[in-house]
Ligand binder design. Structure first.
Ligand SMILES: Cc1cc2nc3c(=O)[nH]c(=O)nc-3n(C[C@H](O)[C@H](O)[C@H](O)COP(=O)(O)OP(=O)(O)OC[C@H]3O[C@@H](n4cnc5c(N)ncnc54)[C@H](O)[C@@H]3O)c2cc1C
Length: 422
């Protein structure tokens, strides 16, 4: 069998290696359009912090890793897929034929529709090339403005702050990480960042960016709250969008991403998708969603590759699990953290000590959670949600005291007999 993979990020690489294990003699071609060895975007913050060099971001360290596995690497952009004749057309004029195809083309940053967004000194933080530009400008004491305080935005914020820049973050939502954190938790993260010296504006938009007359800080950023900031670098972290445009007329059905079934097969037999580009079943609701995080990309890639190689593997559905370290404050959210219709919730808020735990239930099953400053519960919460474990009388105890989550887990999974709370 001749396998072709479009996209050489974590999903593409894991799929290629899984295919090689299952099919020692098949042809495997891995196509990526960035002029870099396959690397992990997740490692970029560590590069910005200075913990690693560029080579530390590479997904596989051995110089001959792919050659030894007989995986052919092509640097080119797939421009069109002809699924009837099983061909991929590349931007270098060449065509690659496939027996089975995996699309793992990931996503790319959205460029917000703001006047001045294309001025020099404004970058997303998505690729190794972006990070090279950022490192030139984000020197100690430099004035930097970051648009967006979502999950990726907060990861970048942490890296920028560690470079000693004078940082301002502008988020249009009413709290930080609004698509991952409850209002209470997002508000506490903001307070924490401000305490650590980062200026944060929430419920605020960047309205326009223009040239300033300051040679060191050549960008003037105008905000919807009436303020203007003069800075040397603007980072745009305002969300991402799956790379699906090249699939136009291919027959592969797309919506917000590429629609796949639980085997990661698309609407076209023999064509699969995995990672940030895939719109796959969500664990709890069964709705098809893009869940753009790396563990998800890795799981989906493995499942897709196994099926491509003729084995049986099915996804139980992607579950949102986000763990974030914002300037030393660990926060996490899981599954249906925002609650479900007819559900109940328990909340513990200790604002002074930056501790917070919010549990969401449907009947006696934990369906989601948000936590702050409490790291010891992460595995337990994940286990309860993914296992859909019936909490029985422990649900009422958790409604009174959510911190007893570990007791509940042990009692319901290992039969440990804990004394009832008063
Ligand atoms: C700064 C940063 C920090 C992050 N931190 C975390 C984290 O802590 N935890 C976490 O879970 N996730 C994190 N992520 C997200 C994570 O990196 C992504 O979920 C992951 O990279 C998805 O892998 P992928 O293989 O699907 O896509 P990608 O890694 O985006 O790889 C896709 C590749 O395909 C290429 N491509 C696209 N179109 C074509 C085409 N037509 N032809 C050829 N090649 C193409 C792309 O250029 C890219 O190289 C972070 C992302 C960033 C930017």
């Amino acid at each position: 069998m001749n396998y072709v993979i479009i996209g050489n990020g974590p999903a593409g690489v894991i799929a290629a290696e899984t295919l090689r294990k299952c099919d020692p003699h098949g042809g495997i071609t891995l196509i990526g359009d960035e002029p870099e060895p396959p690397y992990s975007r997740m490692a970029i913050p560590y590069l910005l912090i200075g913990d690693i060099q560029e080579a530390g971001t590479y997904l596989r360290k051995g110089a001959n890793h792919f050659k030894n596995l007989k995986i052919e690497l092509l640097v080119a952009r797939a421009e069109k897929v002809d699924s009837k004749n099983k061909k991929v057309f590349l931007n270098n004029g060449k065509t690659v034929s496939y027996g089975k195809l995996l699309i793992a083309s990931g996503s790319r940053p959205i460029s917000p529709p703001i006047n001045g967004i294309n001025l020099p000194g404004i970058y997303p933080c998505w690729t190794l090339e972006d990070s090279r530009h950022i490192m030139k400008l984000a020197k100690k004491g430099a004035r930097v403005l970051q648009m967006g305080a979502g999950f990726i935005g907060c990861i970048i914020l942490e890296a920028l702050a560690s470079r000693g820049v004078e940082l301002t973050v502008v988020e249009m939502g009413n709290r930080m990480v609004p698509r991952m954190m409850t209002e209470a938790a997002g508000g506490l993260i903001k307070k924490w960042c401000e305490k650590k010296g980062v200026k944060v504006f929430t419920s605020t938009k960047v309205e326009s960016i223009e040239k300033s007359t300051d040679r060191i800080n050549p960008l003037k950023v105008n905000l919807s709250n009436g303020k203007s900031m003069v800075v040397g670098l603007v980072i745009s972290a305002t969300g991402v969008r799956p790379n699906i445009e090249f699939l136009k007329d291919s027959g592969v059905v797309t919506e917000t991403g590429i629609k796949v079934d639980e085997t990661m097969q698309t609407s076209v037999p023999g064509v699969y998708a995995a990672g940030d580009v895939a719109q796959a079943k969500e664990f709890y609701t069964g709705a098809q969603l893009v869940n753009a995080i790396q563990p998800n990309a890795a799981d989906q890639a493995r499942i897709a590759a196994l099926n491509m190689a003729g084995k049986d593997a099915a996804s139980q559905g992607a579950m949102a699990i986000n763990v974030l370290n914002t300037l030393g404050l660990i926060s996490s959210s899981f599954g249906q953290w925002m609650g479900v219709a007819g559900g109940e919730h328990a909340e513990l808020l200790d604002a002074e000590n930056y501790r917070y735990l919010h549990l969401e239930f449907k009947d006696d099953i934990l369906v989601g959670a948000t936590s702050l400053g409490l790291t010891q519960h992460v595995g337990v919460i994940r286990g309860l949600i993914q296992g859909k474990i019936r909490l029985e009388q422990w649900k009422d105890r958790l409604l009174k005291d959510p911190t007893r989550i570990m007791d509940a887990y042990l009692a319901r999974t290992q039969g440990t007999n804990f004394k009832l709370a008063a």
